[in-house]
Design a binder for this molecule. Structure first.
Ligand SMILES: O=C(O)c1cc(C(=O)O)oc(=O)c1
Length: 297
């Protein structure tokens, strides 16, 4: 029996996702996904806010092939804290087809950073979503940003839209490329041309070092899968059309902390032509941009 007991309300990832109708272009990158454990091999962090089911690298590769993708960017999940062993193991067994975003602490040495770089890590992630962390990582981020800059890495930040006014000044002072997870979690019940989303668009417009993932309709939508996540489309499409060279797309498999439903990953892929309606936009979103950020060498 596993040493970890999965949270009672944990939703397991979709066991038989559909084959997408939308055929992604050859070489497409799923630029936001996670691995969980397996917990008995790569233990979850003591300070984690949730205990998930296992979601292994081999299961991730199977999903990649099923959906027609070629590569993955694996983002360190908060349940693993700053212990990047599961991530590094996945990268090391990916035949060069996965790159990573790690979580590190202020005390990380240049040698440790170099080892992560050799494994395929190209960025570090910081979480400003209060339900996922004990303390907001302001001081650590400043120290770590200076340490990773010489490696050419970027910073991934996760926050929710209502926190942006308070965080804006801190974020715009960051010295590297900054990638925002899940469009900064807009409240899609507000108008797409309303003041809340305008602040996010302004962040991207005024700061050319800022990128956005147009991911996670399943988390952001109020109408959900029965409404085909329609309410998220204008938000994601606006970002893709205004900033075509600074957007990334990912499944977010295995979808941590989903409570309302578990998305069919094939349906998520079928959203791509709705948010990136031309072949040229799709190529930038799925190939050119992630390749530039993660496989520049
Ligand atoms: O909204 C979330 O709960 C969530 C959590 C994590 C994580 O725990 O790393 O990652 C995500 O991309 C989203």
């Amino acid at each position: 029996m596993s040493q970890f007991v999965v949270d009672a309300d944990w939703l397991h990832w979709h066991q038989s996702p559909s084959v997408p109708h939308f055929k992604v272009p050859e070489g497409a990158v799923d630029a936001h996904c996670h691995v969980f454990g397996p917990g008995d091999q790569f233990p979850f962090a003591p300070q984690r806010k949730y205990t998930p089911c296992d979601a292994s690298k081999d299961q991730l590769w199977a999903l990649r092939d099923h959906l027609g993708f070629s590569r993955n960017v694996i983002v360190q999940a908060t349940c693993h804290g700053a212990d990047n062993r599961a991530l590094v193991d996945a990268l090391n067994h990916s035949n060069g087809l996965a790159r990573g975003v790690a979580t590190v602490t202020e005390s990380i040495t240049d040698e440790e950073l170099q080892r992560l770089h050799e494994a395929g890590v190209r960025g570090v992630r910081f979480n400003f979503v209060k339900r996922l962390v004990d303390a907001l990582p302001f001081d650590a981020l400043k120290v770590i940003a200076d340490k990773i800059k010489p490696l050419g890495w970027h910073i991934v930040i996760y926050f929710e839209a209502q926190e942006l006014p308070e965080l804006h000044e801190f974020f715009t002072a960051l010295p590297t490329t900054v990638v925002v997870d899940h469009m900064g979690r807009p409240d899609v019940s507000q108008p797409v041309d309303g003041p809340e989303f305008a602040l996010f668009l302004k962040l991207l417009a005024e700061n050319e070092n800022f990128w956005s993932k147009v991911s996670c309709p399943e988390r952001i939508s109020k109408v959900g899968p029965t409404g085909s996540y329609e309410d998220v489309v204008p938000f994601a499409r606006t970002v893709v059309e205004r900033f075509p060279d600074r957007v990334l797309w990912g499944t977010d498999w295995p979808h941590p902390n989903m409570k309302s439903h578990m998305p069919d990953d094939g349906h998520l892929v079928d959203m791509i032509p709705r948010i990136a309606p031309t072949e040229a936009l799709q190529k930038k979103l799925l190939i050119d941009n992630p390749m530039r950020l993660y496989w520049a060498d």
